[in-house]
Design a protein around this ligand. Structure first.
Ligand SMILES: Cc1cc2nc3c(=O)[nH]c(=O)nc-3n(C[C@H](O)[C@H](O)[C@H](O)COP(=O)(O)OP(=O)(O)OC[C@H]3O[C@@H](n4cnc5c(N)ncnc54)[C@H](O)[C@@H]3O)c2cc1C
Length: 354
């Protein structure tokens, strides 16, 4: 059995789906190949579900530009499709004695074109949520939370509307021949396309090396992030973000409200296998500094794996769109804010690489 299309997209996460949809809307045919039994089972459903504002990414980076554009596009899409979300805003807080980091963040946010961040005092913080214990915070009104699973379902349904789309799940790709066309041998099916987009998330560097056969000095550098939640659900009205190192992932304990009125804490940073009890004991004293909740209620919830990558052993900081052949584009290091930016990433690919 042979299947032919203009595009073959590898990986049905939120980015693979959004990219497929963009191409379909431009009248191209798309075959989306997924190794799991369904779409969206990896990073796209195991994250914080936060719509990031773009306040603290390095000015001019793709993360900065695509998160700001993507934030607006995703709010529009969520509204139009009636997908559950809440524009909760985000409070940046400092857990150290001085507020230097907040001032620095405020300056970066202005440089990044966000003019809506404001400093708020204890009373104003208490009005947002009386459980929050800090005296000063930087409020970023445009952040929010969304329902990742419903977003994935909606993108898939939108793709399915186009007769020129087909998702093939449970695909074990055995071999790829790259000539003027792309030929993929998978299970008992052969796929042929004019163009290949490697949107395989965590696996993109390995796919590039092992299947596409390209040596670009790119290797994967997966970093797990675990979350805790409260056994007895407690409502929180805003996101609380304690990390203020632009572009870095430093150990931090964010509190993020969920759409079912609970709170998740994390993500932690785990380079090896982790013990949930250790995370609970590590998080508890940090959370105590800024939130009044029942700490004995903290339980392990889930983890996701950041699809980080290295080039020549250096950690890549930005999204990387790597054209390894004239007809192959690899999406590398599509870590946070990839959920926020999925629609702008799709636009960016179309505008710059197709
Ligand atoms: C802990 C954590 C927290 C995060 N929090 C946020 C957040 O709050 N806000 C935000 O904007 N972003 C966040 N992100 C980032 C966001 O989740 C990702 O950027 C986004 O999900 C990337 O989507 P993707 O489609 O590229 O990858 P994925 O969702 O991983 O999809 C890749 C797909 O490729 C498939 N695949 C892999 N190999 C193959 C193969 N050989 N053949 C076929 N298919 C294959 C996989 O099965 C998978 O379905 C977070 C990420 C993590 C890990």
């Amino acid at each position: 059995m042979i299947n032919k299309s203009d595009f073959i997209v590898i990986g049905a996460g939120v980015v693979g789906l959004a990219t497929s949809l963009k191409l379909l809307k431009q009248n191209y045919s798309v075959l989306l190949l997924e190794k799991n039994s369904s779409y969206g089972l990896v990073s796209s459903s195991h994250n914080s579900g936060v719509i990031h504002s773009g306040a603290y990414y390095q000015t001019g980076s793709l993360k900065h530009l695509l998160s700001i554009k993507g934030k607006n596009l995703i709010y529009e899409y969520l509204n139009k499709k009636k997908i559950p979300f809440k524009k909760t805003g985000k409070l940046f807080i400092s857990l150290s004695k001085n507020n230097e980091s907040l001032n620095k963040l405020y300056e970066i946010s202005k440089k990044n074109g966000l003019n809506d961040l404001i400093f708020i005092n204890k009373n104003q913080i208490q009005n947002i949520d009386s459980k929050i214990r800090v005296n000063e915070a930087l409020l970023c009104p445009s952040s929010g939370i969304l329902d990742q699973k419903q977003l994935l379902n909606s993108l898939y349904e939108d793709c399915k509307y186009f007769p020129k789309f087909k998702l093939y799940s449970s695909q074990i790709i055995k071999d790829i021949e790259v000539n003027n066309n792309i030929k993929i041998i998978s299970n008992n099916i052969i796929f042929e396309g004019n163009y290949l987009i490697n949107s395989s998330g965590l696996n993109a560097p390995n796919f590039l090396r092992d299947k596409i056969g390209s040596v670009e000095g790119i290797s994967s550098y997966p970093v797990k992030g675990a979350y805790l939640r409260l056994a007895n659900p407690t409502k929180l009205n805003t996101i609380i973000y304690t990390s203020l190192n632009p572009g870095d992932i430093t150990e931090r304990v964010d509190a993020t409200p969920t759409l079912d009125n609970n709170i998740i804490f994390g993500p932690s940073i785990e380079n090896k296998d982790f013990n949930p009890e250790v995370i609970i004991n590590k998080f508890k004293p940090v959370i105590k500094k800024y939130l009044d909740i029942d700490y004995e209620d903290l339980v392990y919830d889930y983890y996701g794996t950041r699809p980080k990558a290295k080039k020549d052993n250096e950690i890549i900081k930005d999204f990387l769109f790597l054209k390894s052949h004239k007809n192959i584009l690899n999406l590398v290091n599509i870590e946070s804010p990839g959920l926020t930016a999925c629609l702008s990433i799709a636009d960016y690919i179309f505008e710059n690489y197709i």
